[in-house]
Ligand binder design. Structure first.
Ligand SMILES: Cc1ncc(COP(=O)(O)O)c(C=O)c1O
Length: 405
């Protein structure tokens, strides 16, 4: 069946959004080649100012190292401080808790490795089926090292959502940490974090939130949210490849991190191993400034308009199965789908022939695919919105998928 404008979601998505379309594609050199880049959940194209800032810093002569006796070293120190402040502003969080490393997985693994030294037999950790494996395996490894137990909160495969009760049921007075996603990188669903954080804190446990898929799509206020630790990856929000950990400063200070002796004993530097990528830091600073200038609320409105049409269009194609919720409630603009009679990889290849980039497989959301019963059949095709995409690209994707029926 052809995709039609008739809509089970929103007959007039533009009217639904309450926001003007963002015309920002010209700020992204990486999308000037005619490709429609729905692969943002795997990594976005960097914005012009971030690319320029990275190159400028490398050309400037300011590349040195921190804590030296000459002005270029001071410039490196100042850049680090500015990045902590900028990220603190983006996340609504204390800048003294911001540390930067190669990836969110690396930062989660560092935290978990340190945590293993605190845990004792009988302690429990809670993880969820909705999470990317980088928010599961670090904790299961830590628990295995310490003889602690891991409890897994199950998602509801019918809705693609993680019910709050499913997480609360796993929390008890032996719980030490709860690791939960801010948004699924496969289905887009965003769990209700506040009751989980409240319940964990009530038993003296801490909460680590994987904010990698949430940060590019929603404004975040960690002071308000109240979690203890949070990761986000700058390359998912138009910056360079880097992972950022925010941890409540006093909690970070207490963490038994692995570090070399001369590295700082205090502050976020204690979990940052070795010399940072100063060029990368310059790119992060510029990407944060860009995001704050555009505004997460405008980004959310624009992406909602486009995503509503994408969801409508795919749901209207008989041969397409869309996993997860068929609505716009509490979700990032990301969906997973399959086309009857085609493997997810075949769909990915066919769309690539039309210069449309999507992902196929499990995208490290192993438990999600298991819960959906897709782990042995190649997973699903994933398409996600980014701010350089508009309704024209969405129509291209819908038409291309429809033509595979
Ligand atoms: C939800 C989520 N968490 C964690 C990660 C891992 O991020 P990184 O590549 O920075 O380790 C990803 C990457 O795709 C992700 O989508």
């Amino acid at each position: 069946m052809s995709a039609t404008p008739s809509s089970p979601i929103s007959p007039s998505p533009a009217a639904d959004s309450g926001g003007e379309p963002l015309e920002l594609a010209h700020r992204f050199p990486g999308v000037r080649d005619g490709w429609a880049r729905f692969d943002g959940p795997a990594g976005t194209q960097p914005v012009d100012v971030s690319i320029d800032a990275t190159a400028e810093f490398q050309r400037s002569g300011l590349i040195a190292n921190g804590h030296g006796p000459f002005p270029m070293a001071d410039a490196c120190d100042a850049l680090e401080e500015r990045v902590r402040a900028a990220v603190g502003q983006l996340l609504g969080a204390d800048p003294d808790g911001v540390s930067v490393g190669p990836s969110s997985t690396a930062m989660a693994m560092r935290v978990a490795t340190a945590l293993a030294r605190e845990l004792v037999e009988g302690d429990e950790l809670v993880v969820t089926e909705l999470d990317h494996d980088s928010n599961i395996t670090p904790w299961t490894l830590a628990a295995a090292d310490a003889g602690a137990t891991v409890r897994m909160a199950g998602l509801d495969p019918a809705t693609g959502r993680l019910p709050v009760e499913a997480v609360l049921d796993q929390i008890n007075d032996r719980t030490r940490w709860v690791a939960i996603t801010g948004a699924s990188n496969a289905l887009g669903t965003m769990p209700d974090l506040s009751p989980v954080i409240e319940a964990a804190h009530a038993v003296g446990a801490h909460v680590h939130v994987d904010g990698v898929h949430r940060t590019p799509h929603r404004s975040v206020d960690l002071a308000d949210l109240g979690c203890d630790s949070y990761v986000t990856s700058a390359y998912k929000w138009y910056g360079p490849h880097a992972g950022i950990l925010w941890m409540r400063p006093e909690r970070l200070q207490a963490l038994a991190v692995s570090k070399v002796r001369p590295a700082p004993d205090e502050g976020p530097g204690r979990i940052e191993l070795g010399t940072p990528s100063f060029a990368g830091l310059a790119g992060i600073e510029a990407a944060v400034t860009f995001l704050l200038e555009v505004g997460l609320d405008r980004i959310e409105a624009h992406e909602r308009t486009c995503f509503a049409r994408l969801l409508d269009g795919l749901l209207a194609i008989d041969s397409v199965t869309v996993y997860g919720p068929h609505d716009l409630v509490e979700r990032a603009p990301t969906l997973a789908f399959n086309v009857a009679g085609r493997s997810p990889h075949e769909v990915g290849i066919a769309l690539a022939a039309e210069k449309i980039a999507v992902w196929d497989g499990h995208y490290y959301a192993l438990e999600v695919m298991k819960a959906l019963g897709l782990d042995d059949s190649g997973g699903a095709v994933r398409a996600g919105m980014a701010i350089y995409l508009g309704l024209a690209e969405v129509e291209r994707l819908i038409v291309a998928v429809d033509s595979l029926s």
